[in-house]
Unconditional design. Structure first.
Length: 359
């Protein structure tokens, strides 16, 4: 079992990464926070067996636990479900000594974290992520949010968890497509921060495909380590450093918006977006073709899409303008300058963007 720290002063917390450690979540929470009451939030696909194990483990640690089971899917990250959670927390007499425990993918983590951030001006919460995407990205860093119609993650907060417990064994029940989508974010860390990690991924494709526990633990550990370093240096995305995590996401968000959020999983759109961003970097003379070629090959072999779908190019650029990195109407992109390094680049001409879209 490995334990990483996210060093954020009084908001510091641990990420515990193991295989088969889910049943120890009660002890994990009890050792970090004196509490006798937990509000567990999960979804219908995760309740059995994973959330049930968490519930039992809390009871064994003498923590009274109640559970709310929500429908799976992105539409659960809504104002209505947030309101439902606030009301439920009121009904079960949650107070500032209670702990919210999010057991699920990024949808449950973001929603339960948002409810925790806002109920009674803030409850402690613990993340127990159950998708690969949530293991390597959404459970770490304290971004919590719900969606408004047509505006993803528009209402939210920075609210750090008190701890993150990752059990790679929960991935055994994760559907193949969801697993592959999570791998896109893993590849992202290699491109933006760690060339050696990218090499490692290229060399361990077979073990990744068979979900070899040791290789998975390494993937998750390294991804969390890289994300924790960035979050520690720029918790609230104020210096531009944290925005490197959004590599590929300007294109990705436009792809998701123009395809109604239901054609591609987020990680699939990230894969296509990374290839677009890399091609843009090539066009601007920042990198040679080799770096794009390596990403395309690795993403393809991991079963991820890399080709931009047929979409209206004008609408695409308009959708990109709604990206959170836009400043005074100017598009900014996270672009590689070599494998393992990216910069936030402003002032990119629309002609260059169009040319990438038309490639
Ligand atoms: P998700 O939470 O919708 O989970 C994907 C599907 O897998 C769901 O149907 C879920 O019920 C199911 N599932 C989860 N764990 C399972 C398991 N172990 N076995 C079987 N089925 C399981 O999606 P996701 O990809 O985990 O997260 C996507 C969300 O995360 C988006 O809303 C995105 O905005 C958010 N996100 C947040 C951050 C952040 O920093 N907060 C970062 C990236 C993404
Ligand atoms: N997923 C991007 C971030 O946490 O900043």
């Amino acid at each position: 079992m490995e334990v990483l720290s996210v060093p954020l002063g009084e908001r510091s917390y641990d990420i515990q990464i193991g295989t088969g450690n889910l049943a120890a979540v009660g002890a994990f929470i009890a050792s970090r926070r004196a509490t006798s009451h937990a509000a567990v939030v999960t979804d219908e696909n995760v309740r059995d067996p994973h959330a049930a194990v968490v519930l039992e483990s809390l009871r064994l640690a003498d923590i009274r636990a109640e559970m709310r089971v929500l429908p799976p899917g992105e539409s659960t990250k809504s104002v209505a479900q947030a309101q439902g959670l606030w009301q439920w927390l009121l009904d079960i007499n949650a107070d500032r000594k209670s702990v919210v425990v999010a057991v699920g993918g990024g949808v449950i983590g973001d929603l339960a974290g948002f409810a925790a951030a806002t109920f009674a001006r803030g409850l402690d919460f613990v993340q127990v992520p159950t998708t690969l995407l949530a293991h390597v990205d959404s459970s770490v860093g304290g971004k919590v949010a719900i969606n408004l119609p047509g505006a993803k993650n528009m209402v939210g907060a920075f609210w750090q968890p008190r701890g993150v417990l990752i059990d790679t064994a929960v991935l055994e029940t994760l559907p193949e497509r969801e697993f592959r989508a999570g791998l896109a974010e893993v590849v992202k860390y290699g491109v933006i921060l760690d060339a050696e990690f990218f090499d490692y991924l290229e060399k361990h494709v077979r073990e990744i495909e068979t979900r070899d526990p040791a290789v998975l633990r390494h993937l998750i550990l390294r991804s969390c380590q890289l994300k924790a370093n960035i979050v520690a240096a720029d918790e609230r995305e104020e210096t531009g450093l944290r925005s490197v995590l959004n590599y590929g996401h300007t294109f990705c968000h436009a792809i998701e918006a123009l395809t109604g959020y239901d054609r591609f999983l987020h990680g699939e759109a990230v894969a296509i977006g990374m290839v677009c961003a890399s091609r843009l970097a090539e066009r601007l003379g920042r990198i040679g073709g080799e770096i794009t070629r390596r990403q395309v090959e690795l993403l393809r072999v991991l079963g991820l899409p890399v080709d931009l779908p047929e979409l209206d190019r004008q609408e695409f650029v308009a959708a990109m303008q709604r990206d959170k990195k836009v400043e005074h109407g100017k598009l900014r992109f996270v672009l590689p300058s070599r494998m393992g390094h990216v910069d936030l680049v402003g002032g990119v001409a629309s002609d260059d963007v169009f040319s990438v879209l038309n490639d």
